[in-house]
Design a protein around this ligand. Structure first.
Ligand SMILES: [Zn+2]
Ligand SMILES: [Zn+2]
Ligand SMILES: [Zn+2]
Ligand SMILES: [Zn+2]
Ligand SMILES: [Zn+2]
Ligand SMILES: [Zn+2]
Length: 401
């Protein structure tokens, strides 16, 4: 509605639709906060290698330096900018416990410009087909030029692969509270997860009529495991006056679940997992210790980035505009935005000093276009003059101021 008014040559601005540039600058802060959420703890200037295996960071794979057929390698955010500029990069979003490989033995020619002194390999890094630019059980690139189906991709919190929602083997719940997904393959490697799923997760598929081989066979296995591992501990911890094993308590509830398809978990589900010593050992042996760490989640990572700049959550005009872009494009734009933020603020402050008012939605869209132009032309001066001409276009009727 407000965009209509703005197209009327500025003359008919009504007061409810206008905001002061103080508001604009506040909005700028909100945009900044959203930008932080995407890049969060990842440093765009310094190679993360000295930090070791970083708990979670934005990660890239370079198809130019380490193409398919060779060894997989991953590089940090800063290296993606400084050492692999102009290369074909795969945006891996964030991954846990990874140490930057840039310039190590896996790179035959390239030397890291930021941290050239690296061990030959990072033996604890885990690699997947994602590092060669393919995702999901169908092993397709993203975006996929041959895929006409509009489908979202969801990251498994265990293997951290991205899966098409149509390849999850389950219905994707509408509920936004269901924030974490574990893919079927990961579920099947850890029977204890099915135990938890029966009690904590979103409803699974319907019990198949007539036969349910999966549902029959696997619970038996988990019960065996529980007998041997969980039960003794329960006694021990009682003797020590500690609460009994929570897994054991859940199992006493006796709920079962069809063991197929991916599983969606409600927010806070990790806090409901039992962390008694035997359960910790069991999760550790399954390589799932991180599930006991609520700060391991991507959400936590993003929130950390947001709170780093400000405490209160803002609206997301930039993010919604960015939704239509790939992750690589998003990060490029946001990164560039951070770089020239100060420049932009100075520019806006000058208008603020003149007490001009503008229309918020137009400002947001103008600002977005502004970002786009910044990254298609690297000259700030050019962008400034572009912005000036935007402001004073249409016979000096301000477009958004
Ligand atoms: Zn690096
Ligand atoms: Zn490269
Ligand atoms: Zn590097
Ligand atoms: Zn797929
Ligand atoms: Zn998985
Ligand atoms: Zn336990």
């Amino acid at each position: 509605m407000t965009s209509e008014a703005s197209s009327q040559e500025g003359g008919s601005m009504c007061e409810e639709q206008t905001i002061s540039l103080v508001d604009v600058l506040e909005e700028d802060e909100e945009l900044e906060e959203e930008a932080s959420a995407v890049l969060a703890g990842s440093d765009s200037d310094h190679c993360s290698y000295p930090l070791g295996y970083v708990k979670r960071q934005a990660l890239y794979a370079c198809n130019t330096c380490t193409p398919k057929g060779g060894e997989a390698a991953g590089v940090c955010l800063a290296c993606s900018y400084k050492c692999h500029e102009g290369h074909e990069l795969f945006e891996l979003y964030t991954k846990r416990n990874f140490r930057c490989d840039c310039g190590n033995r896996k790179f035959s020619d390239l030397q890291c410009k930021l941290q050239p002194d690296k061990d030959d390999v990072n033996s604890l890094n885990k690699y997947s087909h994602n590092f060669f630019g393919v995702y999901c059980t169908c092993r397709r690139p993203y975006p996929d030029p041959d895929d006409q189906v509009e489908d979202e991709m969801i990251q498994c919190v265990v293997c951290e692969d991205w899966l098409h929602s149509r390849h999850l083997g389950c219905m994707v719940p509408d509920c936004v509270e269901l924030q974490e997904m574990i893919c079927e393959a990961c579920m099947k490697t850890s029977p204890v997860l099915w135990e938890y799923a029966a009690h904590l997760a979103a409803a699974g598929p319907e019990e198949p009529k007539g036969e349910g081989p999966g549902a029959e066979a696997i619970p038996e296995k988990t019960e065996n495991k529980e007998e041997s591992v969980t039960k003794p501990s329960c006694k021990r911890s009682r003797e020590e006056g500690e609460p009994c094993c929570r897994l054991k308590e859940l199992q006493a509830g006796g709920q079962k679940r069809v063991q197929s398809g991916a599983v969606f978990w409600p927010s806070g589900w990790r806090s409901k997992l039992c962390s008694c010593a035997p359960c910790q050992l069991m999760l550790s042996e399954a390589g799932l210790s991180f599930l006991l760490d609520e700060t391991d989640t991507v959400l936590e990572y993003e929130n950390k980035g947001k709170s780093r700049e400000r405490e209160q959550p803002g609206t997301d005009p930039l993010m919604s505009a960015l939704d239509n872009l790939s992750r690589v494009q998003q990060l490029e734009i946001i990164h560039g935005y951070n770089d020239m933020k100060t420049e932009l603020k100075d520019f806006l402050q000058r208008f603020a000093a003149e007490g001009k008012v503008g229309q918020k939605p137009d400002f947001v869209s103008s600002l977005f276009l502004f970002f786009l132009s910044v990254f298609s032309s690297s000259s700030f001066k050019q962008v400034r003059s572009w912005l000036h001409s935007l402001v004073y276009s249409q016979g000096r009727q301000p477009f958004f101021f």
